[in-house]
Write a protein that binds this ligand. Structure first.
Ligand code: UD1
Ligand code: UDP
Length: 386
């Protein structure tokens, strides 16, 4: 029996680790599954834990308002020391590129416990973009003994860094497992769709009324540290302009809880955010409602990593407000485009997608280079062979 400790702490890690927790728990004859959350995020993490009905065994509960990277790193490093001493796992699984994943991996390394890196090998090779995530992912990659690469390209990156090919497993991305799980649930349960419509209405967007009135929906999210300051101000100014230019299009922005994201929004839109009748600022949505909204939108404007992977599967064009991406697969497939935080570029690209049907069709073909929904099964199979 292998004792597997999964460590995660932010919303996207939780979404992508949740199906793996479930898969390992189902194989209780092979694995003892222990979950530790760092609480790098609090409310946004708890939303995911609730949806997937995961009760963590350990919770470092480290979040402080506006915490900086020193706070996050040091609290996790120290907090994990005691958890690891108590659990003595055979392997620690961490995910992706957050500070939770790197600090937890380093903590495990200090006790010589092998680390498995889920979503390994994504690279921009620019250590400041995304920042600090590119360096986080590279460091976790150096520490990891086992690397679970989601795509051929991520595997190739790891091989080019001289990682032993026997320690790389091509699995697909677990985000697609999570997405399919949720889409199946929504498809097979009519009452759930109604429940989600009500949740959205309470959150401030009456999706049924608006879409019945032939409104198009542009979904927006943003949170990257490298966009703080002028980048976010440009983004907000461009969205404001677009909301005036297209009065028949709804712009819905579930705002990340980071105060650095909200400040420029208030600077540009004023204190009364929902004054403009087609601009909707709402609180972060729980995963099911967000996926439902994504499935109903016409395009996504985002700097998120996970959404770049999910939206193409739903046939939604994605304009990525970043200069680089560690996920070029959908870029190559033509459903994702980089627009940076350039005011004119954002306006031009959103306008082109809204005005030009042919152009829209060229970007909206459903494509999914990221997985087939069986990533967690492959990871669990690999773990059982170690
Ligand atoms: C973190 C990750 C980023 C990931 C993102 C997903 C790092 C360095 N950054 O960035 O890679 O893409 O999560 O969203 O690991 N806050 C709350 N409640 C919450 C969550 C955040 O109030 O549930 C506020 C707090 O004031 C917190 C701040 O947001 O201090 C920033 O959170 P933090 O985890 O440091 O950074 P993110 O920008 O969320
Ligand atoms: N998401 C969500 N509610 C929201 C916004 C996003 O559940 O209001 C989900 C989204 O579907 C994706 C993940 O959160 O799976 C992305 O998280 P985020 O953009 O915060 O982080 P990143 O992926 O950039 O690390």
């Amino acid at each position: 029996m292998k004792k597997v400790l999964l460590v995660f702490g932010t919303r996207p890690e939780a979404i992508k680790m949740a199906p793996l927790v479930k898969e390992l728990q189902q194989r209780s004859n092979q694995f003892t599954t222990v979950v530790c959350v760092t609480g790098q995020h609090r409310q946004m993490l708890d939303q995911v834990l609730d949806i997937f009905e995961i009760a963590p065994d350990y919770d470092l509960n480290i979040m402080m308002q506006n915490q900086d990277l020193y706070d996050v790193t040091s609290k996790i490093l120290i907090g994990m020391r005691d958890v690891l001493c108590e659990i003595k796992p055979d392997i620690v699984l961490v995910h992706g590129d957050t500070t939770t994943s790197t600090a937890a991996a380093l903590s495990a390394f200090y006790q010589q416990i092998p680390v498995g890196h889920i979503e390994a090998g994504l690279r921009t090779y620019n250590i400041y973009s995304p920042w600090p995530e590119e360096m986080n992912r590279q460091i976790t990659g150096r520490i990891a003994t086992y690397n679970f690469a989601p795509t051929e390209l991520s595997k190739k990156n790891l091989l080019s860094e001289n990682i032993d090919s026997n320690k790389i497993y091509l699995t697909g991305n677990t985000v697609i497992d999570a997405l399919y799980l949720v889409i199946d649930k929504i498809k097979n349960d009519e009452s759930l769709a109604i429940q989600l419509q009500n949740t959205l209405k309470i959150a401030g967007y009456n999706i049924v009324d608006r879409l019945n009135n032939n409104k198009k929906l542009v979904l927006i999210t943003g949170h990257r540290r490298e966009n703080f300051g002028n980048g976010f101000r440009n983004i907000c100014k461009a969205i404001k302009y677009l909301s005036y230019k297209y009065p028949d299009v709804d712009f819905v922005y579930p705002m990340h809880l980071n105060p650095n994201v909200r400040k420029p929004i208030h600077e540009i839109f004023g204190e009364n955010l929902n004054e403009n009748s087609n601009m909707f600022f709402i609180e972060p949505l729980e995963y099911l409602s967000f996926v439902y909204m994504m499935s109903k939108c016409c395009l996504v404007l985002t700097d998120s990593g996970g959404i770049q992977e999910e939206a193409p599967s739903l046939g939604k064009p994605v304009l990525v407000m970043r200069d680089t991406t560690e996920r070029p697969e959908a870029l190559d497939a033509g459903t994702v485009k980089l627009v940076g935080t350039d005011y004119n570029k954002i306006i031009d690209e959103v306008s082109a997608l809204l005005d030009n049907e042919e152009y829209y069709q060229s970007m909206s073909g459903a494509t999914n280079p990221y997985g087939d929904g069986l990533a967690c099964k492959r990871i669990a199979d690999a773990l059982s062979q170690l």
